[in-house]
Ligand binder design. Structure first.
Ligand SMILES: [Zn+2]
Length: 469
């Protein structure tokens, strides 16, 4: 079945055909975090969206190479390193770790490669040298190296591929040194920023003088290194279309003379309680803020996955309560199926009509509402069969494998053993170890202890399962 996705480059829904179509290999780059603070829920919408794209591709049989960079040198980072009188690595390290922990808590598959900008300075310098050699970059009086939009355009290259820009209003010779700027100020942007006193210890030697890379060139250098000069998919939030992604295209195509990316996918904005997120409005949440309110990563993931990625989404705390009850319905149904299935193992083959509906919905530009509709229809039908005592263990097992089929894309899991408190899980692990060591006396004693604490341990072909008495 063809997978159709909206490509920002062509402004249309297109069939996804990767460059290495026969081998079904896909190179996918998603702009990663700028590690200067904890990521907020708007950032997380983008990363959960990227995870949905990756899971859908894998579900469709593609062999995905997922690359997500870590921006660990950039204007905002340098400012905070200076303010907090710390070192770059010490400062960025803690936010990088926090980011990866949060990514896991949200059920996102870990990217195969997570290149750090500071570990790619030679590649960045080489790319800038190429741009200088091709005449589309120049060193300005301030000692920094800039990308020349005028020169780039005069080579017949297109600036403004992702969104319409009024380039005629551009004044020749205008330059911008900062990493982020408005559409109205389309201008030559910095590739290499000459060292200034405010940079402190953050600088590297280069043929252009001491300095540091601009944000945009980091992504071009790392994506080309990881995935080649032309690759399949580039993702990010829509706020990155300009200038970041537009500049990535210009730098990469300006240096290689080849098309940079075949499909560009952008996730839409997120509002919180109907408004743009801001600290002063009290609607600014990191994932940690939500966990502290008693919500779980899977509830946040569920809520973020209820809206289509190209629609602005209104994230609310009420919505999170709704996510809690929706997941409880699924958990209850899956829990009952597990009880009935016992040790029977099901197979999702041949796929049911519902599974086909589910995959058709995803193939239609990730129509997630359609996919959820299949899941909740499945919950209703399963509950009816359970209520009527009309579900033999074999069928319960095959329904469980249907759930696993859905969940391989949705990634919300189902409450099960994880529900047992740590003390119980530790005991269960000790029993497994005792059994392995053939210390059956101890393993039986632990089983009894668990029972006394209200938990039953079942040995199944897939390992142990804990359930409440
Ligand atoms: Zn990027």
């Amino acid at each position: 079945m063809a997978l159709n996705l909206y490509n920002t480059l062509t402004r249309s829904v297109q069939e996804f055909v990767p460059l290495d179509s026969p081998k079904k290999k896909v190179g996918m780059y998603c702009c990663g975090p700028t590690v200067y603070d904890f990521a907020h829920i708007g950032n997380w919408r983008t990363f959960v969206f990227a995870d949905l794209v990756r899971r859908t591709l894998e579900f469709s049989g593609y062999d995905v190479q997922h690359v997500m960079n870590i921006t660990d040198v950039e204007d905002k980072i340098i400012k905070r390193v200076r303010e907090q009188k710390t070192t770059l690595r010490e400062f960025t390290g803690k936010f990088e770790t926090a980011f990866l922990d949060d990514l896991k808590a949200l059920g996102c598959r870990e990217p195969h490669q997570k290149p750090r900008a500071t570990e790619h300075i030679p590649e960045i310098i080489a790319l800038i040298e190429k741009l200088v050699a091709r005449g589309v970059a120049y060193k300005a009086a301030d000692g920094s190296v800039y990308f020349s939009i005028e020169k780039y355009r005069s080579c017949g290259c297109g600036y403004g591929q992702l969104l319409k820009l009024n380039l005629d209003e551009m004044r020749a010779g205008e330059r911008v040194a900062s990493d982020e700027y408005e559409k109205e100020s389309v201008a030559d942007f910095a590739l290499w920023k000459a060292r200034v006193p405010d940079d402190g210890d953050v600088f590297w030697p280069s043929p252009f003088g001491e300095g540091r890379p601009g944000w945009h060139i980091e992504c071009s250098a790392m994506s080309i290194k990881a995935l080649g000069e032309t690759f399949d998919l580039h993702l990010g939030g829509e706020d990155l279309k300009f200038p970041h992604h537009e500049d990535e295209i210009a730098q990469s195509e300006g240096a290689t003379g080849k098309p940079f990316v075949k499909y560009w996918l952008h996730g839409a904005h997120l509002l919180v309680e109907g408004k743009k997120m801001s600290k002063s409005l009290g609607n600014f949440f990191t994932l940690r803020d939500l966990l502290a309110k008693g919500f779980t990563g899977r509830e946040v993931r569920y809520l973020l996955l209820t809206a289509h990625y190209r629609e602005t989404f209104n994230f609310t705390l009420d919505g999170l309560h709704g996510a809690k009850s929706a997941l409880a319905r699924i958990d209850e149904c899956v829990g009952k199926l597990r009880e009935i299935a016992g040790d029977k193992v099901g197979t999702p083959w041949p796929p049911s009509l519902l599974m086909k509906d589910f995959s058709f919905a995803l193939a239609d530009d990730l129509n997630i509402s359609g996919a959820w509709a299949s899941v909740f229809y499945w919950v209703r039908e399963t509950n009816k069969l359970i209520a009527n005592n009309n579900l033999p263990p074999e069928e319960a097992a095959s329904r469980l494998s249907e759930w696993e089929y859905f969940d391989s894309v949705l990634g919300v899991g189902a409450k099960a053993e994880a529900e047992a408190p740590t003390e119980i899980q530790t005991l269960a692990e000790a029993r497994t170890a005792a059994k392995k060591a053939k210390d059956f006396k101890r393993s039986d004693a632990i089983r009894e202890e668990l029972k006394a604490k209200g938990w039953i341990i079942d040995d199944t072909p897939k390992g142990i399962k804990l359930r409440k008495l």
